[in-house]
Design a protein around this ligand. Structure first.
Ligand code: HAM
Length: 402
């Protein structure tokens, strides 16, 4: 038998219903803020990510799925593609609020909560002026999504400053790690060799921890009012946060505020400001932007299935198939879920319905039809009553009285 590709998942209905509900909750939160849905391609040019995430980022170095012989890749994230789309159509810094969702692809070592194909929901606020209050609003939105889903989380913040400030800090980090190169793990030596000392701060390798703890702090280079305002506004809103100076994010396009919402060690939502990304894509205009993306697979794994909507079952007794098909469809047109499988005999239909767990079953026999009625049985109490077809169609909730 053929196996699925490593790091991918078949989402059978008991899982996909949770994912679908998670995306629905996120979409509703975004739409209440008048964010519009945008869909961008899954295939992009490789150079889009080389320029924006950084040639030496982990994603570009070793995690992209390349299409052989072409300069195409499966998108590892959404932000760069959304900015590319924005610049191709709205070059004059017209503010846009967009949300998107879809599969992303990274060739990472698969483990629980980490897949090679995974689903993200993201929001991007592009073209509005750089503002600490807007950064907070984006954080506020992410927090609302998690609260609506009833999840616990911790918010971690850091401030990456401007490109110039980060350059100065990177120079000091380079100097610090070069003095301690021998003590670094193999992976971190690689990061150092790729001139990427900031990423060493992200290291999970045990041998790096002491050096990382004692590394110079980014805040000595980046202290400014933008971040003070982000923090004081969060406090005004009663939003708890912790500063994590080691939170540098793995992608080159971030500047200013960056943040992560975590559940234990698991990052559920991550994002930040990326004012320099448009320039990395050779935009003539400066385009400030801020956004985040949520790991829908991870978030959904913490949730239970949403409560079932009421479902009606239909059973034909004798030759009443046409009427059953019609009645089922008319009820569905009123937004009610109806299960009816006309291929089965009476007994099989009952067995089938006991698995589907409808709240009520409607029995339709020739005798009842002659009286313009149906028999309705409450599946849990087993109470039963005959009701008029017209009454049922006029107000299907009538079954709840049985
Ligand atoms: P990211 O931190 O790379 O940021 O990914 C965002 C979220 O996607 C993570 O916090 C995590 O929940 C989920 N995620 C990432 N990799 C995997 C994986 N292999 N398996 C399962 N879930 C995963 C970005 O992608 C940025 N584009 C976020 C952003 C939007 N920044 C500004 N706007």
């Amino acid at each position: 038998m053929l196996q699925k590709v490593r790091g991918t998942r078949d989402l059978f209905p008991h899982l996909s219903v949770v994912l679908k509900n998670t995306v629905k909750t996120f979409s509703e939160v975004a739409e209440l803020r008048k964010y519009d849905y945008i869909s961008v391609p899954t295939l992009e040019l490789e150079k889009l990510y080389k320029r924006t995430l950084g040639e030496d980022s982990d994603i570009v170095m070793k995690e992209m799925f390349r299409i052989q012989g072409k300069e195409l890749v499966l998108r590892p994230e959404g932000t760069a593609g959304v900015m590319r789309a924005y610049l191709s159509s709205f070059a004059c810094a017209e503010p846009k609020r967009w949300y998107y969702h879809g599969s992303m692809f990274r060739h990472e070592r698969p483990q629980s909560g980490r897949y090679r194909e995974f689903y993200q929901f993201g929001v991007e606020n592009i073209g509005s002026p750089t503002s600490p209050f807007l950064d907070v609003d984006l954080i506020y939105m992410a927090r609302s999504c998690l609260l609506q889903l009833g999840l616990e989380f911790k918010l971690f913040l850091n401030y990456l400053g401007t490109t110039e400030q980060r350059k100065q800090y990177t120079a000091e980090l380079t100097e610090y790690f070069s003095r301690n190169l021998e003590k670094l793990s193999y992976l971190s030596k690689e990061r150092f060799r790729r001139k990427n000392p900031l990423r060493i701060l992200d290291s999970k390798e045990p041998e790096d921890q002491e050096l990382v703890q004692q590394a110079p702090l980014i805040s000595t280079y980046t202290a400014d009012t933008h971040f003070s305002l982000v923090q004081s506004t969060l406090r005004d809103l009663g939003i708890l946060y912790e500063i994590d100076e080691k939170l540098v994010r793995g992608l080159d396009y971030y500047s200013h505020t960056c943040f992560e919402f975590k559940y234990g060690e698991l990052t559920l939502i991550a994002g930040g400001r990326y004012d320099a990304l448009a320039e990395q894509l050779e935009s003539a205009a400066t385009v400030p932007a801020v956004g985040w993306a949520a790991g829908i697979d991870r978030i959904s794994s913490l949730l239970s299935p949403p409560p079932l909507h009421s479902v009606l079952g239909v059973v034909n007794i004798g030759n009443t198939h046409s009427f059953c098909l019609k009645l089922s469809e008319n009820l569905r047109l009123q937004g009610i879920a109806v299960v009816y499988d006309p291929s089965m005999q009476f007994k099989k239909q009952l067995q089938f319905l006991s698995k589907e767990q409808p709240t009520h079953v409607i029995f339709i026999g020739e005798e009842e039809l002659a009286r313009n009625t149906v028999k309705v049985k409450n599946f849990s109490t087993q109470n039963q009553r005959e009701i008029g077809i017209e009454d049922l169609l006029e107000d299907p909730s009538i079954v709840n009285k049985i």
